[in-house]
Design a binder for this molecule. Structure first.
Ligand code: BTN
Length: 264
C-alpha cells in the first residue's frame, strides 16, 4: 500500500487497525497528550489516536519538556479504555514500553532496550519516552492516555545542548532513514497487545517478561530518592511495578517513579 504522505497514512489507520477507532493528524499542536486528555474528558472513544508532526509544548514525565522538532519524530497519544484496576495503571507504562521495544528490535534495532520506568534507549542513549496519564472511576481505570515520543530522524543539531549528549534517534543510531508512518503503524499493535494482555491476564506475566526483556535486571543503577543519590543492583519488579534495587551500602530500595541512570 502506498501513501501520499504521513498525514494520509495516519488518517487511514482505522481502515487497517481495528483497535484504532479514529485517527487525526496535526501539523503542529502544543501537545498531543493534552489534546487527547481533553477529548477523553469529552467521551471520545477508545482507540482515538492523535499524531502531530511537531509540538510546541510537548510534555515529558515530571513536568519536563519533550523536545518535538517539526517532522523529526513520532509524537502521538492514544486513548484506551482497558478494564484495569486503577492501582495497576502504573504497569501500563511498562507494558507500552515492552511492546514498543520488542517491535523496534524486530525492525532491526537490536540494541534497543527499555529503562524503567518509561525510557526507550539505543546503546544507552534515550531515543524515546512514554507518558501514561489516566482517570479512574471507583477503583477502575476510566481512561488511559498513552503518549509516545520517539526520535526518528532527529539530528544532534535538532536537540537542545542539554538533551543532545544523552539522546539519540533511530537515524543517528542506525545511520538509516526511517519512515515515521511505517514505524508508527508497526509499533501500535504491540503497544495495544501488551495493554490488553495486562488487562485480561493480570500483571504476573508482564512482570516476568519485562524482567527478561528489558535487560535491566542485574544492572547497576544510580538514582535519587528522598534528596539523596544511591547506587545498587536491579533485582526486579514488585507486583505494582516498583523497581526493587539491592543497595550497594546494604538493604533494598523500592522505586516508585524516580529517574534511574544505568552505570556502565
Ligand atoms: C518522557 O520520557 O518523559 C515521556 C515523554 C513523552 C512525550 C510524548 S510526545 C507525544 C505525547 N505528547 C506529549 O506532550 N507528551 C507525549
Amino acid at each position: 500500500m502506498s501513501f501520499r504522505n504521513f498525514r494520509e497514512r495516519v488518517e487511514s489507520l482505522p481502515e487497517r487497525q481495528t483497535r484504532i477507532s479514529q485517527a487525526f493528524y496535526f501539523k503542529q499542536l502544543p501537545s498531543t497528550q493534552s489534546d487527547v486528555m481533553k477529548r477523553a474528558r469529552l467521551a471520545a472513544p477508545s482507540g482515538t489516536l492523535i499524531v502531530a508532526d511537531g509540538q510546541s509544548a510537548g510534555r515529558g514525565r515530571r513536568e519536563r519538556t519533550w523536545e518535538s522538532p517539526l517532522g523529526k519524530g513520532l509524537y502521538f497519544s492514544l486513548l484506551l479504555k482497558p478494564a484495569l484496576k486503577a492501582a495497576r495503571a502504573p504497569l501500563a507504562t511498562l507494558a507500552a514500553g515492552l511492546g514498543i521495544g520488542r517491535t523496534l528490535r524486530e525492525l532491526g534495532i537490536s540494541e534497543l532496550t527499555v529503562k524503567w520506568p518509561n525510557d526507550l534507549l539505543i546503546a544507552g542513549k534515550k531515543t524515546g519516552g512514554i507518558l501514561c496519564e489516566m482517570a479512574s472511576k471507583k477503583d477502575m481505570v476510566d481512561y488511559l492516555v498513552v503518549g509516545v515520543g520517539l526520535n526518528v530522524a532527529t539530528e544532534a543539531a535538532d536537540l537542545s545542548p542539554e538533551t543532545a549528549p544523552t539522546a539519540t534517534s533511530l537515524k543517528l543510531a542506525t545511520q538509516k532513514d526511517w519512515d515515521r508512518g511505517e514505524v508508527l503503524e508497526a509499533i501500535l499493535p504491540g503497544l495495544m497487545d501488551e495493554i490488553d494482555r495486562l488487562a485480561s491476564g493480570g500483571p504476573a506475566d508482564l512482570l516476568k517478561r519485562w524482567e527478561t526483556e528489558s535487560g535491566m535486571v542485574g544492572r547497576n543503577i544510580r538514582f535519587t530518592k528522598d534528596g539523596g543519590t544511591s547506587e545498587g543492583k536491579v533485582l526486579g519488579l514488585e507486583e505494582d511495578g516498583q523497581l526493587k534495587v539491592e543497595l550497594a551500602g546494604g538493604g533494598v530500595a523500592r522505586l516508585l517513579a524516580e529517574d534511574t541512570t544505568l552505570c556502565s
